[in-house]
Design a protein around this ligand. Sequence first.
Ligand SMILES: [Zn+2]
Length: 256
Amino acid sequence: MGYVKFLGTAGARFVVARQLRYSAGTWIELSGTQLLLDPGPGTLLRCRKVRPALDPGKLSGILLSHKHLDHSTDVNVMIEAMAESGRKKRGVLLAPKDALEGDDPVVLRYVRSFPERIEVLEEDRTYHVGEVEIQPVRHIHGVETYGLILNSDEGRLGFVVDTKFFPQLPQRYRGCDLLVLNVVRKEWSPDIDHLSLPEAIEIIQGVRPKLAVLTHFGMTMLRERPWELAAQISEKIGIPVIAASDGLTVEKAQWC
Ligand SMILES: [Zn+2]
């Protein structure tokens, strides 16, 4: 049965640098296809240390939303592990163009021969990895960034990764059964490239998923106990909202 496992839930530089929460990525299984979203620092370690351990050699794809360090540090080692230490050409990498080209690509050139294929993310295109159809949503976040919608016969899952808020966001994620949102800050302030909690609530109310999960927390969220904030929001808006914790597994039954 499908599930989403949060290997890490850290979201801002301070939280990552001090490892107040782990900064590993999110492991997703849908219709038997295993995917990894945003392999930040410590992802390989967390895969092996969680119980039951997760085997990167079983991954069909790695999804990189953008090249910021807290999302991409382990991308090379995870590509190698997915390809069984580079012995086999296997798996797919989906990544924005600026993670692969330009002055400062984060995917090492010598690693690029390991996956079966590398595809460049573009809005209005659809990608297929195993049994999952993937639709990128262009975000506003300094570097080239894509949120991801994953469609499979186990539902429609939206991952609203790092972004500045813009009014079309709820519409772009419409129809999602499960909505995962990166909420770095509790309060809104101008000129920040991340979602604040009030903006996340606006998106959740627009999309009306069966379950919303908050993750990728900065200090202002952690100090206020994200699980309590999530419970208050659920009560207020009548849509189930939970806060991710390191190692949390959300199962299909929770979004179906
Ligand atoms: Zn970012």
